[in-house]
Design a protein around this ligand. Structure first.
Ligand code: SF4
Length: 130
């Protein structure tokens, strides 16, 4: 695995203005109900975990139609980072968003992470940022 570089300041500044991040901040959910409403529930999970050489457009396009896009991205950012497409973002896009997110949203001390979401139907792999 190659080590991801830290996002540059201008990338973080752009992430702070990204409408997807702003939606995630406003739709951050303290319960897990959003997980049952994902547009990806009936789609092959592999669509959301393309190989590095494969296109992500199909997954991102489906996310853009999803009613819980903001909550989904908020969840991915709270996890820290993970493979795959979540909330219409790629892992690379989320690296800069994660820095912005940590400056904008305090973690919920009551949040439990012992249940994985039904969406994607697949184990997550956490990716260290540094
Ligand atoms: S990955 Fe998230 S935003 Fe995309 S379709 Fe599934 S639940 Fe919706």
């Amino acid at each position: 695995m190659t080590r991801a570089r830290m996002p540059r300041p201008h990338e973080v500044a752009a992430a702070r203005r990204d409408p997807r991040l702003l939606r995630a901040v406003s739709e951050r959910s303290l319960d897990d109900a959003w997980r049952t409403r994902g547009a990806c529930r009936s789609v092959d999970p592999e669509t959301f975990f393309p190989a590095p050489s494969e296109p992500v457009e199909a997954a991102v396009a489906l996310c853009r139609t999803c009613d819980v896009q903001g909550s989904c991205l908020a969840w991915a950012l709270e996890v820290g980072d993970c493979h795959g497409v979540w909330g219409a973002t790629t892992p690379r896009e989320r690296r800069a968003m994660l820095v912005a997110w940590r400056g904008q949203v305090r973690p919920d001390p009551e949040a439990a992470d012992d249940e994985l979401p039904p969406i994607h139907d697949r184990m997550l792999t956490l990716v260290p940022l540094a």
